[in-house]
Design a protein around this ligand. Sequence first.
Ligand SMILES: Cc1cc2nc3c(=O)[nH]c(=O)nc-3n(C[C@H](O)[C@H](O)[C@H](O)COP(=O)(O)OP(=O)(O)OC[C@H]3O[C@@H](n4cnc5c(N)ncnc54)[C@H](O)[C@@H]3O)c2cc1C
Ligand SMILES: *[C@@H]1O[C@H](CO)[C@@H](O)[C@H](O)[C@H]1NC(C)=O
Ligand SMILES: *[C@@H]1O[C@H](CO)[C@@H](O)[C@H](O)[C@H]1NC(C)=O
Ligand SMILES: *[C@@H]1O[C@H](CO)[C@@H](O)[C@H](O)[C@H]1NC(C)=O
Ligand SMILES: *[C@@H]1O[C@H](CO)[C@@H](O)[C@H](O)[C@H]1NC(C)=O
Ligand SMILES: *[C@@H]1O[C@H](CO)[C@@H](O)[C@H](O)[C@H]1NC(C)=O
Ligand SMILES: *[C@@H]1O[C@H](CO)[C@@H](O)[C@H](O)[C@H]1NC(C)=O
Length: 488
Amino acid sequence: MLSLQALLPLVAGIAVPVAATAGTSACSNISTQLSSSKVESNELSLSYIESTEYWNTLQDDYKPACIIYPDSAQDVSVVIQAIRAAGSRFAIKAGGHNPNTFYSSVDKGVLLDLSNMTAKSYDEETTLATYEPGGVFGDVYEYFAEWNRTVVGARLAGVGTGLALGGGMSYLSPQYGMACDSFRELEIVLPDGQIVTASNETNTDLFFASRGGGGNAYGIVTKYTVQSRPIGEFWAGNLIYLFDQTDAVVEAIGNFIEYNTDPKAAIIGTYEKLPTPDLDLNLDEAIIMFLVYDGPDPGDAFKNFTYISALLDTTGIKTYTEVVNMPIPFSTEISRGNNMFRVGVHRPGNNSYGNALDEWRNWAESNKGKYELLSLDFQPVPKSLTDASKAQGGNAMQMPDGPYFWLNYLISTPSGMSDADYDAVQASYRDLVKNTGNAEGLPLFINDASYDQNPLQTFSTFSKLQEIKKKYDPDSFFADYTGGWSFA
Ligand SMILES: Cc1cc2nc3c(=O)[nH]c(=O)nc-3n(C[C@H](O)[C@H](O)[C@H](O)COP(=O)(O)OP(=O)(O)OC[C@H]3O[C@@H](n4cnc5c(N)ncnc54)[C@H](O)[C@@H]3O)c2cc1C
Ligand SMILES: *[C@@H]1O[C@H](CO)[C@@H](O)[C@H](O)[C@H]1NC(C)=O
Ligand SMILES: *[C@@H]1O[C@H](CO)[C@@H](O)[C@H](O)[C@H]1NC(C)=O
Ligand SMILES: *[C@@H]1O[C@H](CO)[C@@H](O)[C@H](O)[C@H]1NC(C)=O
Ligand SMILES: *[C@@H]1O[C@H](CO)[C@@H](O)[C@H](O)[C@H]1NC(C)=O
Ligand SMILES: *[C@@H]1O[C@H](CO)[C@@H](O)[C@H](O)[C@H]1NC(C)=O
Ligand SMILES: *[C@@H]1O[C@H](CO)[C@@H](O)[C@H](O)[C@H]1NC(C)=O
C-alpha cells in the first residue's frame, strides 16, 4: 500500500535513503557465515510465506530480501553486524502481532525471525524460569505447566514474546505486576553486536529500559530469565451480552475497576461492533466479558456481572491452558485482518468509562461500511498491580498508583479499500480516540498503541529512556534502520 510506504520516514524517525541492494548484499554476507538452513530467500518457500504472515495482514505483502532463522545469540550477533556493514533495513520478528508497519516487518531488507529460538528451562530450587524469544506464550506456558508453574505473559495463547518488552498484561498481573516486572535477567545482543547480560546488578540501565520500554529499541533479547509463578485451578469463562444489557455491563465494569480489591480477580470487557445496522437499538453490538479468577472460588468478585442475564455463559473450573484459549482456541489466528490498535488511559469515576463508550458508539454509527469490526476493550490497572510492580523495583513506566484503566481501540478495515479511504478512516478513528481525552500523568500502554501516539513520551521516565537509548544505540542504527517507538 502506497499510503503505508509514505509513513516510512515517520516510523523510522529520520528518513535514511537505503539502497534496495543493501538487503541482498547483507543476505549474501550472512549466507557465507551461517549454515544455509538458516537463510531463506525463496519467496515461494513455505517458511518464507509463514514468516511474512502478520496479525495485521497489510504487512504480508512486504518482501524481505531474505529471512534469517538464528539459533543463538551468537547467530544474532553475526547477523546484526552484517546488516550494519551493508547498511540494510531490517526487522526483528517474534510473534508478529504488533500491528504497526515495519515494527516487525520489512520490505527488501533483512527479516530476523526468532521462531527457531525456543529453548526453555526451569530451576526447581530458585523457581526461576528461562525462555528464548521464539514461539508464542501458549508454548511457553505448556512447558512450565509440568511443574504447576507459569510465567506472566499474554492472555491469549497465540501472542508472541515481544509482548513482555512492551510491559505485558496478563490475567495474573493484578497479583504479580506486568510481565516485565517478573524479569530477573536478560541476554541482549546490542546494536553493535555485543552480547551482554542485563539485570539489576549489571547493565542496570538497560535492564530498566527493557522492562516495558518497548521492543526493538535497545537491542535484541535472546533469552529471558523470569520469576515463575504457581498455577492451579481457575474459575473462568466468558459472558456474552447483547443489546439492552450493554449499558448495565459498562457500569459493572466501571465498578469493578474502581472497587474490586481482590488481586486474584481479573477481567477484560470487550465491546464489539459489527458492520450491520444499529437501528438505534445497539443491534450491531455485543459484549464479551472475560472473567478469570486464580482459584476455584471467586466469591463475590464477579457478582456484578453474573447478576446481568447473559446470552452465553461459559464460566466454570478451567486449567490455565483453557483460560488462555478463551473465548475459543486460535482466537489470535482467526482475528487476523487489516487490523490497527489505538489506546487511551482513564481514571475511574465521573462515568469516564461510559463517556468513551458513547463517543465510540457514535463514531461506529456514522462510519458504517468503513470497518469490518471495531472493538473497545476495558483493561483495569488495579492498585494491587502497581503495588506488585513497585515491590519488584518498578518498570520503565514507573507506574503511578492504580486504579486506572487502558482502553484498547481496534479497527479492522475491509480489504480492497483505496489508500485514500484507508487513510481517511484511520485519521478519523485517531481523532475519536484523541477527543476522548486521556487522564493526566498516566502512561499509555505500548502494546496497544499506534505509532503516532508516541507512548514513551507519556512515561514520567521519558528523558531517562532517551539517555539509555542514546547510550546503547549511539549511532542511531536501530532508530534509522528498523521501525519502532519514537524517542524524539
Ligand atoms: C490478538 C492479540 C491479543 C493480545 N493480547 C495481549 C495481552 O493479553 N497482553 C498484552 O500485554 N498485549 C496483548 N497484545 C498486544 C501485544 O502485546 C503486542 O501486539 C506485542 O507487540 C506482540 O508481540 P509479538 O511478539 O507477538 O509481536 P512482534 O510484532 O513480533 O513484536 C513486537 C515488537 O517487539 C519487537 N521484538 C519482539 N521480540 C523482540 C526481541 N526478542 N528483542 C527485541 N525486540 C523484539 C519487535 O521488533 C516488534 O517491534 C495482544 C495483541 C493481539 C494481536
Ligand atoms: C530450526 O532448528 C532446527 C533444529 O536445530 C533445524 O533442524 C531447522 O533446520 C531450523 N529451522 C530453520 C528454518 O533454520
Ligand atoms: C560481513 O559481515 C561481517 C559481520 O558479520 C562484517 O564484519 C563484514 O565486514 C561483512 N562483509 C562485507 C563484505 O560487508
Ligand atoms: C501439579 O498439580 C496436580 C494437581 O494438583 C498434582 O496432581 C501434581 O502432582 C502436581 N505436579 C507437580 C510437579 O507438583
Ligand atoms: C536484585 O534482585 C534480587 C532478586 O530479586 C534481589 O535479591 C536483590 O536484592 C536485587 N539487587 C539489587 C541491587 O537491587
Ligand atoms: C459492584 O457494584 C457495586 C455498586 O453497584 C459496588 O459497590 C461494588 O463494590 C461492586 N463490586 C465489585 C467487586 O466490583
Ligand atoms: C471528577 O470531576 C470532578 C469535577 O470536575 C473533579 O474535581 C474530579 O477530580 C474528577 N474525578 C476523577 C476521578 O476524575
